[in-house]
Write a new protein. Sequence first.
Length: 154
Amino acid sequence: MTSRCDCARALRRGGFTVVELLIAVTIVGILATIAVPQYGSYITRSRILDAFAKLSDYRTRMEQYFLDRRSYIDDTGACGVAPAPSPATADAFQVACTATARSFVYTAIGIDAKGMARFIYTIDDTGKHVTVSLPNGWTRNAECWTIRADGSCV
């Protein structure tokens, strides 16, 4: 014969109590509260680093163009190495170029729809990195490209 106590133990082994479930949900909620903003910052930084890589690549290509042609502009007066049109779904920054025969500036402008509004970075023929604009709450460092809200640089 099964005693009353054995039945209660058998039922208890089959699942969780409401208190245990609430504790688990609370722990998951706390972890999500910490992780989600960190993930958002990580995504922003990765998009910014992608813009830096593109600007550096274009600068290198322009220097090679200058070595070959002795000018930063092509025969039509445009940048010798024009930024490639990027697919609208892939990039978080739009890159533009302005040039004269002896100088150039590439500018990476954040795309609003990608959450990069007000991010603007430049690089010129001397290799100078400038953070032109950042969103509210970000600290701009005039000596380098700012990558974090606290003004940390690359």
